[in-house]
Design a protein around this ligand. Structure first.
Ligand SMILES: Cc1cc2nc3c(=O)[nH]c(=O)nc-3n(C[C@H](O)[C@H](O)[C@H](O)COP(=O)(O)OP(=O)(O)OC[C@H]3O[C@@H](n4cnc5c(N)ncnc54)[C@H](O)[C@@H]3O)c2cc1C
Length: 351
């Protein structure tokens, strides 16, 4: 079987790259072994404002302008809506928060999203004595459904193989690559935290940050917006809400923990004042990088080996843009931004 590309991993990164391949009529096959689940357990929210500091997310506005039509196109393709748009309400914890909100409003990009009025009215079931700041233009991609739907479709079209990609079986030739019966021009590795097993690219400083979320049932909490306080509370419908997320830099397993649950419950009890029951808990590893920028580009020694990784905590917004950047780099010779190019990490220096 002769193909243009092999793609390893079908999370948000792999999906966004496959969309580029589809758009440009390239042939490909994807390998997926369900070893990582960051994209499937993610909250899936998008918001170009960092709510801890009221500062812009790196390139957030531009990424979102490209990402929203990208997800809309996929929704149309599958006749399903993956994107739910909603307002985000940030709980203020002090008068200082209110002042910082007003200061941030003077910044041009932020004023596209942050509303100038502060909400002083109480919200039923929500703890907030200093008011709320409101953001528009935010929302959520149902990444669980998106990934599942996309994989099913690829499988039906014989473009996905539910197997582990075995690195030691890859033969790198002068003009092409061979992997068992597949011959391809290039391979793009999109393994998320699974990159650690990849002998070609595991020199890159992917740290990985474990995140846990829980789903709760809270019938007295009647909110239809994303609430952001010590945790986020995301409405899922039928009185259920996703609550998250934890950040753990040492535990690299994908197992939900008692410790994670305790932390989420404690923070949730400071956020809402109504009873709730926990109905689910999940965990995954975010592919975070030392310098908080994606890992994109071509292997320093093997020009047919490429990588799309390091989407960090904001894969929903970043993936479509960096997939386009990588495709244009490979197919049209467009330079990659040095900030995302893996060239910034020299193999010898890291080893
Ligand atoms: C708790 C939590 C909450 C989050 N919330 C948000 C949020 O609200 N908004 C947001 O934008 N982002 C969020 N994120 C971050 C987001 O999930 C990531 O940025 C994104 O999903 C990373 O996508 P990826 O495709 O790079 O990695 P992954 O989703 O991990 O995908 C990699 C894929 O490669 C496969 N793979 C690996 N090795 C192999 C192999 N050898 N052979 C075959 N297949 C292989 C894995 O099985 C996996 O499916 C959250 C993450 C977590 C954990």
């Amino acid at each position: 079987m002769k193909l243009d590309y092999i793609v390893v991993g079908l999370g948000l990164a792999g999906l966004a790259f496959v969309e580029e391949l589809e758009k440009h009529g390239k042939s490909y096959v994807v390998f997926e072994n369900n070893s990582q689940n960051s994209s499937s357990v993610a909250g899936g929210t998008y918001n170009p404002v960092i709510l801890k500091r009221f500062t812009p997310v790196w390139n957030g506005h531009e990424q979102l302008e490209y990402a929203l039509p990208f997800y809309e196109k996929i929704s149309d393709k599958f006749n399903k809506n993956f994107d739910t748009k909603f307002i985000t309400k940030k709980v203020f914890n002090s008068i200082g928060d209110e002042n910082n909100w007003f200061t941030a409003l003077d910044k041009p990009m932020l004023s596209n999203y942050m509303k100038p009025e502060i909400i002083k009215e109480k919200i039923q079931g929500v703890i907030g004595n200093f008011g709320f700041g409101e953001l528009s233009g935010t929302g959520r991609i149902d990444t669980t459904d998106l990934i599942k739907t996309y994989r099913t479709s690829l499988l039906e079209n014989n473009k996905l193989i539910n197997e582990s990609f075995e690195y030691n079986q890859l033969e790198i030739g002068e003009n092409n690559l061979r992997y068992n019966e597949v011959e391809a021009q290039r391979i793009v590795f999109c393994e998320g935290f699974g990159l650690k097993q990849n002998p070609y690219f595991n020199y890159l400083p992917l740290n990985g940050t474990k995140g846990e979320t829980m789903t709760i049932h809270a019938p007295d909490l009647q909110i239809d917006f994303l609430l952001k306080s010590a945790v986020f509370v995301l409405p899922l419908g039928n009185d259920t809400y996703k609550v998250g997320a934890t950040f753990n830099w040492t535990d690299k397993t994908q197992v939900p923990t008692e410790e994670g649950r305790k932390e989420l419950v404690e923070k949730l009890e400071k956020t809402i004042s109504v009873p709730f029951t926990i109905i689910d808990q999940t965990a995954g590893i975010r592919p975070t990088v030392k310098d908080r920028r994606p890992l994109v580009g071509i292997h320093p020694e093997y020009s047919k080996l490429c990588i799309l990784n390091g989407l960090g905590t904001r894969g929903v917004m970043i993936a479509p843009t960096v997939a386009k950047n990588l495709f244009n780099h490979l197919e049209n010779g467009q330079e990659l931004d040095e900030e995302i190019n893996i060239r910034r990490f020299l193999k010898e220096q890291i080893a």
